[in-house]
Ligand binder design. Structure first.
Ligand code: DGL
Length: 257
C-alpha cells in the first residue's frame, strides 16, 4: 500500500471534525478526506441495520478514493458497523467508543455519567464495555442532542434546558466525571459544563483515537513520506451549504481543547 495515500474519516455529520482536528494536529504531513453524512443524520436514533447500511455506503465512497486507513469518527457507526467493515476491507480501520475505560481507571469514587446516542448505548460493543468498566457509571441516552450541533446551535436557552433536564436526576450526587460518548458533544462542551458542578472533568476519546491511529500507521508502514505536504478535504452528502458548514465547523474544531 502506498503510504502517500489519504486517510479517510467519516461521521454522520459534523461531530467527527473534532476527531479529525486532533489527528491533523498530530500528523501534519498526512492527507485527510472527511465525509460528513449529513444527508442521513442523525444516526443515533436509527436502527442498527440502517446505520450499518449507511456506514457501508459512506465507506464505499472513501474506499473508491483509494484511502490507506479509515477512522470511523462516530461512536454510533462504530457500534453498528466496525466488525462488518473490518471483515470487508483490508486497510486498518480505527473505531471510536465512549471513553468509559479511561474514566473508570481514573475515577474509582463517585458517579460517572456516559452521554451518548441511544443506538451507541444499545450496541453489543458498549454493553460489553459497560459490563467491564461500568461499576460506578450511568448511561445517559441523549436523543436529539446532536441536532443542536448540526444546527450550529452551540449555546442557547433551549440547549441549556435540554441539558438541565438531562442532569436533573443527578443533582446532589457526587459526580466523578462525564464521558462525552458522541463526537458531536465536544462542540457543546461549554454548554454541558455549565450545567455541572464546577470543574467536573469532561472526558472524550479523541486523544486515545489519535494515538491508536498513529500506532496502526506505524505498524503498517503507512505514515506519510517525510516532507509530504499535508492536506484536508471535507465533503458532505448534504447540499453545498452543508459543505460550507463543514469548513466553518472545522475551523472551530481546531480551537477545541
Ligand atoms: N457523532 C456521532 C457519534 O459519535 C453520532 C451522532 C448521530 O448521528 O446521532 O455517535
Amino acid at each position: 500500500m502506498d503510504s502517500s495515500r489519504a486517510i479517510g474519516f467519516f461521521d454522520s455529520g459534523l461531530g467527527g471534525l473534532s476527531v479529525l482536528a486532533s489527528a491533523a494536529r498530530r500528523l501534519p504531513h498526512e492527507r485527510f478526506i472527511y465525509l460528513g453524512d449529513s444527508a442521513n443524520a442523525p444516526y443515533g436514533t436509527k436502527s442498527d441495520s440502517e446505520v450499518l447500511a449507511l456506514s457501508s455506503r459512506a465507506v464505499e465512497q472513501l474506499a473508491a478514493r483509494g484511502i490507506k486507513a479509515l477512522v470511523i469518527a462516530c461512536n454510533t457507526a462504530t457500534g453498528a458497523a466496525v466488525e462488518s467493515l473490518r471483515a470487508h476491507y483490508h486497510f486498518p480501520i480505527i473505531g471510536l467508543e465512549p471513553a468509559l475505560k479511561l474514566a473508570a481507571d481514573r475515577y474509582q469514587e463517585g458517579l460517572i455519567l456516559v452521554m451518548a446516542t441511544p443506538l451507541t448505548l444499545q450496541s453489543a460493543k458498549y454493553q460489553l464495555l459497560y459490563e467491564q468498566y461500568g461499576r460506578n457509571a450511568v448511561s445517559l441516552p441523549c436523543p436529539g442532542l446532536m441536532d443542536f450541533v448540526e444546527r450550529e446551535e452551540l449555546s442557547s436557552p433551549r440547549l441549556d434546558s435540554y441539558l438541565k433536564e438531562m442532569f436533573a436526576p443527578y443533582r446532589g450526587s457526587r459526580l466523578a466525571a462525564v464521558v462525552l460518548g458522541c463526537t458531536h458533544y465536544l462542540f457543546i462542551r461549554e454548554a454541558i459544563g455549565k450545567q455541572l458542578p464546577p470543574a467536573t472533568p469532561l472526558i472524550d476519546s479523541n486523544e486515545g483515537v489519535t494515538r491508536h491511529l498513529v500506532r496502526r500507521l506505524e505498524e503498517n508502514c503507512l505514515l506519510a513520506p517525510e516532507g509530504q505536504a499535508g492536506s484536508i478535504e471535507l465533503f458532505s452528502t448534504g447540499d453545498a451549504e452543508k459543505t460550507r458548514q463543514l469548513q466553518r465547523m472545522f475551523r472551530l474544531a481546531q480551537q477545541l481543547p
